[in-house]
Design a protein around this ligand. Structure first.
Ligand SMILES: [Zn+2]
Length: 318
């Protein structure tokens, strides 16, 4: 039996409040706070069990995926410190050990407690490279987290990256730290493509091949990164309409149950956020993420939340 609440690794320390609303195209550094606030005030508040006392990762942990020079640049405002495309602030750099800390804590908890679906409300990771940031991403948190978990427990991860953009940081780090090939094996960074029906069937194919690896004990836990920018009203995205986007969460959640039944063992699951950009209506981004969480909560954890959230089209906004 799964625990009914999604264990959520969230602290205000993982949020950058400084300069994001006014100066940044990407609102992602602020997104965890906006999302958690919104859920707390909604009828879905009981969906989450929030844990706020997880540890940040250390400075040395960043070296798992990055050169010392780049890490120093980010923290000291030197060289390519703005390669992430975000306004630099003390608040931003202080939040970074906690964003990766959130994903690491969620992954560790899920691996050790497979009956608990875990949630790391994080974005801004999957475009970073060993020696630079890219596309609103500063550090490769998913690489760091997966390698730490692998080194500690031997557990191997697959990423289901449904963001609207390819998660290059995993592939770009394979040479820099070959341990990554053990922590997230070649071919296990899934990034479906296509439009609507073809996207969904590509994702279903991905899930089928991943299920085989799980049955063979080659993959031990999965991270579902349901970026909102793969939905077609997004400012930077557009693979699917809302119906198909939400369907992906439903397909994923049912698949988790099927794989767990087939293996007679609960599959450890970590949920995360990744991208999402709507200048006209940021609430639509938050609502998409909540819709995805509701599907997972209802199908995997056995709840009955009623999803009444609306995602307006861009042209319908006055
Ligand atoms: Zn994206």
């Amino acid at each position: 039996m799964r625990k009914i609440k999604i264990k959520t690794f969230y602290t205000d320390k993982q949020v950058c409040f400084d300069s994001i609303r006014e100066k940044s195209f990407s609102q992602s550094p602020l997104k965890p706070a906006l999302l958690i606030e919104k859920i707390k005030k909604s009828s879905f508040a009981s969906m989450l069990d929030i844990c706020d006392n997880f540890a940040p990762i250390s400075r040395a942990d960043f070296e798992i995926a990055h050169t010392k020079e780049y890490i120093d640049n980010v923290f000291n405002m030197t060289g390519n410190y703005r390669s992430n495309g975000l306004p630099w602030s003390e608040n931003l750099i202080n939040s970074l050990p906690y964003t990766t800390g959130s994903l690491y804590a969620a992954s560790k908890y899920a691996v050790e407690n497979p009956d608990t679906v875990c949630f790391a409300p994080i974005s801004g990771m999957h475009h970073a490279r060993p020696n630079s940031g890219t596309g609103f991403c500063t550090f490769s948190g998913q690489v760091i987290s997966a390698i730490k978990i692998y080194e500690e427990s031997g557990k191997v991860c697959a990423f289901l990256d449904l963001d609207g953009h390819f998660g290059n940081s995993i592939e770009d780090t394979r040479n820099f730290n070959p341990l990554l090939n053990k922590a997230i094996p070649e071919g296990c960074n899934y990034n479906p493509s296509g439009r609507n029906e073809s996207y969904l069937s590509c994702f279903e194919d991905n899930l089928k091949s991943l299920a085989r690896l799980i049955m063979e004990d080659k993959i031990h836990y999965v991270v579902f990164a349901h970026g909102a920018d793969s939905q077609d009203q997004d400012d930077l995205g557009g693979y699917m309409n809302t119906e198909y986007w939400v369907k992906c969460a439903e397909v994923f959640a049912n698949w988790v149950n099927e794989v767990s039944d087939a293996k007679k063992q609960l599959l450890p699951v970590v949920l995360s956020l990744f991208g999402g950009y709507r200048k006209d209506n940021y609430d639509a981004v938050l609502n998409l993420h909540i819709k995805s969480l509701i599907k997972c909560s209802n199908i995997i954890c056995g709840n009955k939340f009623v999803d009444n959230l609306v995602i307006p089209d861009k042209h319908s906004i006055v």
